[in-house]
Design a protein around this ligand. Structure first.
Ligand code: FES
Ligand code: FE2
Length: 316
């Protein structure tokens, strides 16, 4: 995965589940393939673009958007036939909401997320510079869907009072995954809606598209302002995760300086907590950790991942 805006006139390397990929842009759009030249295994991300073709840096073979080799410079005859099997291992990919999603299998196991607000073309999306966490993707996603840590971990940003309990809430199963709603009294006032106050009562609506994509719709109760904050992750490796976040709000011109800075601060608050969690794999056997009532979502997430067979094999 990558942000589409990062793919310009040079091929870029990305890693998904320990598999090296090359992402490149042609006039047909963005293409994704294994980062291996079919000729001698050289990394294509070390090459360059020549117009609409990706050039391997080793012997200069050229590949088009579909991965087919279109030119072998060391063959003198310009009409020589290039074997069809001289092609890249191209992946199914799609750019959605400015993010390049790629699939290592022939058919995706889950549909891509549909994000309200982010998909609204009348609103302007902001992209938070992506970071890499040394943690499992599911650990990050569980943390992103946990409200009980706000007053403890996010004291420096929007966290509320540590004494405020988390009310009971229901987790709904949907066609895309899981959803829940929760009222919360935020410390501070981070919304550009001209409502005064040193705290703000909001309602959070979480929508988690399995396995790793979440949007939070943040609705202050006393105004029409809405903020949409989406998060999806690339499992680079079992314990390394690249974070992609897109946000927008109902102002016609979201405050990029504030929202990007605030989001990076919030991520910096979460990161050491999640990177330090042990075991590094999210325990999908519910007897392995002790749960509290606020964990309703995390318990449901673990159960769902276990049902999908997405967990690490359990220790015997
Ligand atoms: S290894 Fe890529 S062109 Fe030879
Ligand atoms: Fe957090």
């Amino acid at each position: 995965m990558a942000f589409a805006h990062e793919i310009e006139d040079k091929p870029v390397n990305a890693r998904l589940l320990d598999v090296d990929l090359v992402i490149y842009r042609t006039s047909e759009g963005i293409s994704v393939a294994r980062d291996i030249c079919p000729h001698r295994g050289t990394r294509l991300s070390g090459g360059w673009m020549d117009g609409d073709t990706l050039v391997c840096p080793m012997h200069g073979l050229c590949f088009d958007h579909s991965g087919q080799c279109t030119k072998i410079p060391s063959i003198a005859d310009p009409n020589a036939k290039i074997p069809p099997k001289m092609r890249l291992m191209s992946l199914k990919s799609e750019v959605r909401y400015g993010i390049v999603f790629a699939c290592l299998s022939d058919e995706p196991a889950h549909p891509l997320p549909v994000w309200p607000g982010i998909e609204d073309e009348s609103l302007k999306n902001l992209y938070i510079p992506s970071g890499t966490w040394h943690a499992a993707a599911s650990r990050h996603v569980e943390n992103f869907n946990d409200v009980a840590h706000f007053p403890w971990v996010h004291q420096g940003t929007f966290g509320g009072k540590t004494a405020d309990p988390i009310p009971p809430y229901k987790v709904e199963k949907t066609d895309y995954g899981l959803s829940f709603q929760l009222p919360y009294l935020e410390g501070g006032n981070r919304f550009p809606d001209d409502v005064e106050g040193s705290e703000r009562q909001v309602t959070y609506t979480y929508q988690l598209t399995l396995p790793f994509s979440t949007i939070i719709i943040i609705a202050p109760n006393d105004s029409d302002y809405r903020q949409y904050f989406a998060d999806t992750v690339c499992p680079v490796s079992a314990h390394e995760t690249r974070i992609f976040q897109v946000c927008t709000d109902t102002t016609s011109d979201p405050d990029a300086d504030f929202l990007v800075k605030e989001s990076l601060l919030i991520n910096d608050e979460d990161k050491p907590m999640v990177e330090g969690q042990r075991p590094e794999d999210l325990p999908l056997d519910l007897t392995e950790e002790i749960h509290i009532p606020a964990d309703r979502m995390s318990v449901e997430y673990r159960r769902t991942l276990a049902k999908l067979g997405l967990g690490a094999p359990m220790a015997s």
